[in-house]
Ligand binder design. Structure first.
Ligand SMILES: [Zn+2]
Length: 175
């Protein structure tokens, strides 16, 4: 039976070749989980390697950590909708570690552990109710920059018009 395309894309993101996966943990009040709130999470630049849990493996070059962004970049803040109910681990594609230099891959997964506590983790912010919004994935793939507005620029329209004119004249001359 054919799978829906979105499902295939999602599976590819979760299981396909990618940068190293990283772990992060947040603590939220139970009430936030109960309502499936949207939260803003500042993502650390270094995450614990999900494969070795910080012990050091080939994937993280024995460092135990994976890097989510280059040093100069400002803090990355992600928006995630908490799963309604109890504690959980979310697998978020393209929010984990950067691939090694020279690897043409996307970022790995972010394995986000959500635990319940009296106080939310530092830096965590509950967003206003977004129930009216589409339940978008927290990491939409940015559009390819070169695909934007390249088809019909004014110059190309003009060139096309000139070409039509030339072809027209040639055709007329052959009559
Ligand atoms: Zn590792």
């Amino acid at each position: 039976m054919p799978q829906p395309l979105a499902r295939i894309v999602q599976d590819e993101l979760l299981t396909g070749p990618r940068g190293p996966d990283g772990r992060h943990e947040i603590v939220v009040p139970r009430s936030w989980l109960a309502e499936g709130a949207w939260v803003e999470i500042p993502l650390p630049r270094l995450l614990s390697c999900a494969l070795c849990d910080g012990g050091g493996c080939d994937r993280c070059h024995r460092s135990g950590a994976v890097t989510t962004r280059v040093q100069q970049m400002s803090t990355e803040v992600i928006e995630v909708q908490l799963p309604v109910g109890g504690p959980a681990i979310l697998r978020l594609p393209r929010l984990g570690g950067l691939p090694s230099p020279g690897e043409a891959l996307g970022r790995g997964l972010l394995l986000l552990t959500i635990r319940v506590g009296a106080e939310p983790s530092a830096g965590l912010r509950k967003l206003p109710d977004r129930a009216s919004l589409r339940s978008v994935h927290p990491s939409p793939i940015p559009p390819h920059p070169r695909l934007k507005g390249t088809l019909l620029t004014p110059h190309r329209i003009l060139a096309l018009a000139a070409l039509c004119l030339i072809v027209g004249i040639l055709w007329w001359l052959r009559q």
